[in-house]
Ligand binder design. Structure first.
Ligand code: ADP
Ligand code: MG
Length: 498
């Protein structure tokens, strides 16, 4: 209790002293303030304030106002410019936005179509992949097919070669059956005074009748009919092409390797040269056997190329006059020409050989020959009909199979067969010699042809003509005697009976 009391006493005492202290501090502060106010009053007294200026001069005010107005105008203008720029920027921005939107749309559609294309490509790729798989399968099948076809092809090629060999054999058999020696007659257009001709075999064209009418002793008209048979009879209507069609089989035989000779026999003016060469002024329809044979040889050779054959053609052309040989393609001076037989081949010395470049080339050769014949002759017209002219074409073929052939086609325009040793010719020694020479050579030709196939001795040596053609007459050779007949001839019968 005591302790409590003392504590209370102490606490009271402490608060009393604290209050006293606070009062004293306040009193100090008041005293300080009073001193301060006093000092300020003193200072204020010592420094009285300067009299205040009242208002600003009017000029200055106006200037300031003007400045303010200008400033304001400037600010406004600046503001307007800024506003405009801001608007413009806004417009541009809007435009850009529009543009960007458009681009965005375009880009989107491009993206869409790219996606479509991509999709299509993917599809294609998968299709291609599928195709490739099937192509690979096909390829294997094709390779197999190719191999099969190759085998087939070489089998067929062999067949073709074998077929060509067979064709040759059969063609030759047919030719032999028809006769290795044939006689055709061709009657040129015109009317005879002494005899009339008839062609009774309209289908086979093998018959010719000569009808001659004469007066009997009793004064009656008597008609005699002389029938003849030939391998073929061409009437006056037969064209050059008709004649060639028959002859073309023999031309084929040349390509097959058989020597072949075609003689044109008959009186002067009966159509020998017309048949062999054609008329002086040529049209394609009128060209004769020689150019037609050339064209055929050329065509067949071209076709045979696919079967492995290569052909070459070499021409020679000579004239036999008074049993002497003259070169019609060379520059023939006084050259001597000899006939030599070397195995199966006949060679005439110093005779020019021209490699034929084509059918057109033959026309040139015939023209050259015609000119040379004219130059060599003193009496050209007569002489050309009194000499034999021989066109010789050597045809050589070589096949890839190793087969080869070598044959000559002779086309002979014989001297006129009219009788020259009658009356006038006997008086003229040259004509007599010509006549004797022609008669000898024609009759020895007849002897040779007559002896062929008869197993008899064949008298080739009896004339230059038969000696020249020795290798082309007889054996496997083909011979055609083409009798040219003019209905105007005085001795029609003679030609036929000779
Ligand atoms: P050869 O050579 O036999 O002497 P040619 O061939 O020169 O006779 O013929 C004598 C004439 O008769 C020539 O003018 C010829 O054009 C003509 N000639 C011959 N045969 C025929 C024919 N079949 N068609 C038309 N004219 C022909
Ligand atoms: Mg003639």
């Amino acid at each position: 209790m005591h302790a409590l009391f003392s504590l209370e006493k102490q606490r009271n005492a402490a608060s009393q002293s604290r209050e006293r202290l606070e009062r004293e501090a306040q009193l100090d502060k008041m005293r300080q303030l009073e001193e301060e106010i006093l000092s300020q009053r003193q200072y204020a007294h010592a420094h009285p304030p300067e009299p205040r200026q009242r208002g600003v001069p009017f000029e200055q005010v106006r200037e300031m106002r003007a400045e303010h107005a200008a400033e304001l105008a400037r600010i406004k203008a600046e503001h307007a410019a800024l506003l405009e720029a801001a608007n413009q920027a806004k417009d541009e921005a809007n435009e850009q936005i529009l543009d960007l939107r458009a681009r965005l749309m375009a880009a989107e559609s491009a993206r869409d179509s790219a996606n479509d294309a991509l999709e299509a490509l993917r599809k294609q790729m998968s299709e291609i992949a599928e195709q490739q798989t099937s192509t690979e399968a096909n390829e294997a099948a094709l390779t197999h097919q190719v191999a099969t076809l190759r085998a087939e092809n070489s089998r067929l090629t062999e067949q073709v070669f074998a077929g060509e060999q067979l064709r040759r054999k059969l063609h030759n058999q047919v030719q032999e059956l028809r006769g290795n020696v044939r006689v055709y007659v061709r009657v040129r257009p015109g009317h005879g005074a002494l005899a009339s001709l008839a062609y009774p075999d309209t289908l086979g064209h093998t018959a010719l009748e000569v009808r001659s009418t004469s007066e009997s002793a009793t004064g009656n008209q008597v008609t005699k009919t002389y029938p003849f048979t030939f391998d073929h009879v061409f009437g006056p209507d037969a064209s050059q092409d008709d004649v060639f069609t028959e002859v073309s089989q023999l031309v084929q035989s040349v390509l097959d390797g058989y020597n072949t000779t075609i003689f044109a026999y008959g009186q002067t003016g009966s159509g020998k040269t017309h048949t062999l060469e054609g008329p002086e002024v040529l049209s394609a329809a009128e060209q004769g056997l020689i150019p037609r044979a050339m064209e055929m040889l050329w065509d067949v050779a071209a076709r045979m190329r696919s079967q492995g054959w290569e052909y070459s053609f070499d021409a020679q052309m000579v004239q036999i006059y008074l049993d002497n040989i003259y070169d019609l393609l060379g520059d023939d001076g006084q050259q001597k020409h000899e006939i030599r037989h070397e195995g199966d081949r006949t060679v005439v010395t110093n005779v020019v050989t021209v490699p034929v470049e084509g059918p057109a080339h033959v026309h040139k050769l015939l023209a050259t020959a015609k000119k040379r014949r004219a130059v060599a002759a003193t009496l050209m017209n007569q002489r050309s009909s009194r000499s034999h002219s021989v066109f010789m074409l050597r045809v050589r073929g070589r096949c890839v199979t190793g087969e080869a052939c070598d044959a000559t086609l002779n086309l002979v325009d014989l001297a006129g067969s009219e009788r020259l040793n009658t009356s006038g010719s006997a008086a003229d020694p040259t004509r007599l010699r010509e006549a004797q020479s022609i008669n000898r050579s024609l009759s020895s030709l007849a002897d040779v042809i007559g002896a062929l196939g008869g197993g008899k001795h064949v008298p080739y040596r009896n004339s230059t003509l038969t000696w020249l053609l020795r290798n082309s007459l007889g054996g496997n050779s083909k011979t055609l005697m083409l009798l040219a007949l003019s209905p105007m001839a005085d001795h029609l019968g003679e030609t036929l009976w000779q």
